[in-house]
Write a protein that binds this ligand. Sequence first.
Ligand SMILES: Cc1cc2nc3c(=O)[nH]c(=O)nc-3n(C[C@H](O)[C@H](O)[C@H](O)COP(=O)(O)OP(=O)(O)OC[C@H]3O[C@@H](n4cnc5c(N)ncnc54)[C@H](O)[C@@H]3O)c2cc1C
Ligand code: FES
Length: 253
Amino acid sequence: MFITKAPVEKVIELKNHIFILKIFAPEIASIIKPGEFLNVKVCDSNFPLLRRPFSVCDVEGDFIFLMFNIFGEGTKILANKHKGDLIDLLGPLGKGFNIEGDYDTAILVAGGLGVAPFPYFIRKIGNSKKIHSFIGGKTDKDIITYRMKNITISTDDGSLGIKGNVVELLEQNIEKLKSERIKIFACGPNAMLRKLRELCIRHNLNCEASIECAMACGFGICQGCPIESVNYPDKYLLVCKNGPVFNIRDVVI
Ligand SMILES: Cc1cc2nc3c(=O)[nH]c(=O)nc-3n(C[C@H](O)[C@H](O)[C@H](O)COP(=O)(O)OP(=O)(O)OC[C@H]3O[C@@H](n4cnc5c(N)ncnc54)[C@H](O)[C@@H]3O)c2cc1C
Ligand code: FES
């Protein structure tokens, strides 16, 4: 784990209020794994005081990429960074996706900004597995396809792709997908993950999900990110330390 002040290379606006931050951070780039995250101090002043967690979106050589939308003060400050500005990064943190293993096709399920960890996942998996991405959002404005592969889309209002939520979309395709050896990897709002968890239990599917919650320290000290466990001896786990990626059956979302 490093604490480093890393220079911004570029800020790219992908679409309305959704940004990619490209940062020169060789130590982190050389060791971070898909699904792991960084806790970012967005500026030197005391406001916002706490670091903000962001998944690593991609890595290219010595550069890391973060994807975010403008949500509150912290992300507003990040969106206004310029080339050469230094950003205080703490990481890599947490446990990421287990991309190795006994499956042939990775099914990626992402809701809105939930696509954030998957470009790096796709890069790392290379040609070793097939990939199918299911991406959902409320409207076409929420759909992000940045560096995603083999995409099927749903929107709640039907403005792009199939009308409905992304878990319904997955369920419509599940019998066909189950003819292959699949493993699901998911990231998105808790409401989506809750529905996905039910689907995985009903169809006996193997699924890892990256869980979001508000965090402070990011590495297991403050006890500020508990999640109820199902299959562990401890009743509560810490999202920052035991996750953020969990077997979806092992936690109460
Ligand atoms: C492991 C992990 C990875 C993440 N990866 C990404 C990512 O790649 N891209 C991205 O855009 N976001 C990501 N997030 C969420 C991101 O950390 C928050 O959106 C960010 O803290 C918002 O900061 P802000 O200062 O702009 O808003 P804030 O001012 O912090 O938040 C505005 C409001 O949202 C609430 N809030 C803040 N964070 C969360 C949260 N995580 N869940 C629910 N409510 C919250 C606050 O209580 C407040 O009411 C991740 C979160 C976690 C835990
Ligand atoms: S954020 Fe401090 S213990 Fe998880």
